[in-house]
Design a protein around this ligand. Structure first.
Ligand code: SF4
Ligand code: SF4
Length: 452
């Protein structure tokens, strides 16, 4: 093992390197203390059989040092996720922060982020997270009956109560947190209920929705439907992005759009400027030609994933042998992220768009979505089209009139929340028995116009 440093790099590599990228480090690999039914990351343990998935001190130091050396921006984000990062124990993160301050260049500001299921968070953890201004992503799928459908512990029991204990510790110590919610077969018809729970009960001001799309082939589907964890004596698959079928837990393509619109119409009636829903923000920014989320950017490839042993992969969704870029203990991460392999990975997002996407009226907002979801035929029968297309198209076209109003307001130097007055005025003209503008077929008074 070597400890590659900047001095080993030739200037040509440096000139090709991106000034910033968002690396997700998985210090405990895919190991988790929970057993969420849809979490195919659990199956990635099979990539490292017999290995104890824990990042060593040497790999940790190489990671932090190289990340800070690689960035040519004033702020560097040090992001941890899993598996479940809290399994590493608090001392590991204390050491990480120490190393970050040791290797920080003059003028470099640090941001720490951490994604967790929340179960192990206690007062000691939260005091530490607060002290270093960590931003926490807390995984919750909705109120208890929804959350407990798929987010289970190793004994098959729902985890809602344990997660809420973690959330209470975060609140008590005033740690910043976002809610990360998957959209799946159990909550896809309950957008507003889920959103209201986050806003009203969890006091969330930043929410992110992640569609669950678990691919399978005709042969693997029956096993995939059973879940991805290790079962004694049972068959276990290594999840790869292959197959054109989806598990029964996956969100429906069209339903994903309906779910988002259900929340958007609620948000438009009181929450603009108060609650930040990642996709809504990202969509508004796209009206100004800025693409803040890789999924809806023209190209990608700036979000590599680091395994516990230093292996660097093209993306967290492609932790599989064909997408291994190399190991940071042998090759500096600057070389890996600027390699031809990684550039091709990112450019393929644009270059492999179907003709339907290329001609699509909302291409500038959608950009064909994430390559991992492109596995169904397009309208013309071309392979490699996005499974979520129907929902994405529905969402981007539905939101266009009000997004355009918000974009105009921002352009005029005003706040986007002015759109709520326009919506209120439209609602005042709308009959209570008229169809709801969300398009779900219900009367307005029984849907987004319901009082109370
Ligand atoms: S593959 Fe998808 S998630 Fe990964 S970087 Fe590209 S767009 Fe983002
Ligand atoms: S909405 Fe569908 S057709 Fe249009 S760019 Fe997105 S995935 Fe492609």
């Amino acid at each position: 093992m070597t400890n590659p440093s900047l001095a080993d790099l030739n200037p040509a590599t440096m000139s090709k390197a991106p000034p910033r990228f968002h690396l997700l480090a998985k210090p405990s690999g895919s190991t988790c203390n929970l057993d969420c039914a849809y979490c195919f990351f659990l199956s990635k343990e099979a990539l490292y059989p017999n290995a104890k998935s824990r990042m060593s001190e040497q790999t940790l130091e190489n990671y932090i040092r190289q990340l800070l050396e690689a960035h040519r921006t004033p702020t560097v984000t040090i992001a941890w996720q899993g598996g479940e990062p809290t399994l590493m124990g608090l001392d590991f993160f204390k050491r990480s922060v120490e190393l970050a301050y040791q290797y920080r260049r003059p003028g470099q500001a640090l941001e720490f982020t951490f994604q967790t299921n929340g179960v192990l968070l206690d007062d000691d953890w939260c005091a530490f997270l607060k002290e270093h201004n960590f931003l926490i992503g807390l995984s919750v799928d909705g109120p208890q009956e929804i959350h407990d459908t798929y987010r289970l512990n190793k004994g098959g029991q729902g985890t809602f109560k344990q997660v809420m204990r973690g959330w209470e510790h975060l609140r008590k110590r005033e740690v910043d947190y976002n809610i990360l919610c998957t959209v799946n077969a159990a909550n896809e018809r309950h957008g507003r209920k889920v959103y209201r729970f986050f806003r009203d009960e969890l006091k969330a001001t930043f929410v992110q929705f992640i569609p669950i799309v678990e691919r399978a082939t005709a042969e693997t589907l029956p096993i995939a439907n059973l879940g991805w964890s290790e079962r004694p004596g049972g068959q276990r698959l290594l999840y790869t992005q292959s197959g054109s079928l989806v598990t029964e837990r996956s969100v429906g393509g069209e339903q994903y759009g309906r779910f988002l619109i259900d929340i958007y119409e609620e948000w438009l009636r009181g929450d603009v400027g108060k609650v930040f829903v990642q996709l809504f923000d990202v969509t508004l920014q796209a009206y100004f030609g800025e693409h803040l989320l890789c999924i809806h950017a023209p190209t990608c490839g700036y979000g590599p994933a680091l395994e516990h042993n230093g292996d660097l992969y093209s993306c967290d969704h492609f932790v599989e042998p064909d997408f291994l870029l190399g190991n940071i203990n042998a090759t500096h991460m600057i070389e890996l992220v600027s390699s031809a392999q990684q550039r091709r990975f990112g450019d393929n997002k644009r270059d492999l768009l179907t003709a339907q996407c290329r001609a699509c009226e909302v291409r500038g907002l959608c950009h064909g979505g994430c390559p991992k979801d492109r596995f169904v035929p397009s309208r013309d029968g071309e392979a490699g089209h996005n499974y979520l297309c129907e929902g994405l198209y529905r969402f981007f076209t539905h939101t266009r009139p009000t997004m355009s109003i918000m974009a105009r307001l921002v352009q005029q130097g005003k706040y986007a929340d002015g759109v709520m007055e326009v919506v209120r005025a439209d609602d005042a003209k709308r009959g209570r028995n008229d169809p709801c503008p969300c398009g779900n077929g219900k009367k307005f008074k029984a849907c987004h116009g319901a009082r109370g």
